[in-house]
Design a protein around this ligand. Structure first.
Ligand SMILES: [Zn+2]
Length: 235
């Protein structure tokens, strides 16, 4: 049986996670506090992990005084990727929030370049600006669009860069269209547990979703998406 890879979940926020033989979870941090926990859990379990400061955690009156030390922790933590990071226009309330998001996103992209690591991108309602940012910077590290919710043309742009579209087990018309157009070699599967579904085991549903859209066997999708994840996260 193929061992699936859940390319994005938050083990740090799961009270009752127990390791499984069937699914390797990639643990993702999103704030300094969750990065501390994520690195500890992932190292203990021997699973890949990503560390980053996500846009939704730097809005409002979030205190950014610790930013340099947060970056330092990521540098020393030995993650497989920088993430989740990005821009989020759903939760940003005003220009000030957007500015803070941009500042932190820029620092995270610099860090990924410096550490020569791939990036896991959160882009709620902000995919066009994220793509613009990559373009302007001529960003060249591998990209994974976590919980992809963009258009077919945005998905194609990511594929042209050799990047990955990550699919949650949630059905949506735009997502179906994008998955249909993206080669299996550029797809990953994820759960975003415990927020979208409860456990990394449910990544099976994302595999089934792709298999159905592309008229492929479950095992073929399971195998290729696992291979893609091993390559992207280098484990
Ligand atoms: Zn997430």
């Amino acid at each position: 049986m193929v061992v699936l890879v859940d390319a994005h979940c938050h083990l740090s926020d799961m009270k009752d996670y127990s390791p499984s033989k069937n699914v390797i979870p990639v643990a993702s941090g999103y704030s300094h506090k969750s990065n501390l926990k994520t690195a500890e859990i992932a190292k203990r379990l021997g699973v890949p992990f990503s560390l980053g400061i996500a846009p939704q955690s730097v809005i409002g009156n979030a205190d950014l005084d610790g930013l340099d030390s947060w970056l330092d922790f990521i540098k020393k933590g030995g993650p497989n990727a920088i993430g989740e990071i990005g821009l989020d226009y759903h939760w940003a309330k005003n220009d000030e929030d957007v500015k803070r998001e941009e500042l932190v996103f820029g620092k995270m992209l610099d860090l990924a370049g410096e550490m020569n690591l791939p990036v896991v991108i959160h882009g709620r309602k902000a995919t066009p600006d994220i793509i613009d940012t990559f373009r302007m910077r001529k960003f060249s590290q591998p990209i994974m669009m976590h919980f992809f919710a963009g258009s077919v043309s945005e998905a194609k742009w990511v594929v042209e860069q050799g990047g990955f579209i990550s699919t949650p087990p949630l059905h949506a018309k735009e997502r179906r269209n994008a998955i249909h157009e993206v080669p299996l070699e550029n797809l990953l599967v994820e759960t975003d547990a415990p927020y979208v579904v409860r456990t990394p085991e449910q990544v099976r549903d994302a595999v089934s979703y792709i298999a159905e859209i592309k008229s492929l066997d479950f095992d073929a999708v399971a195998e290729q998406t696992a291979k893609n994840a091993h390559r992207f996260f280098n484990f």
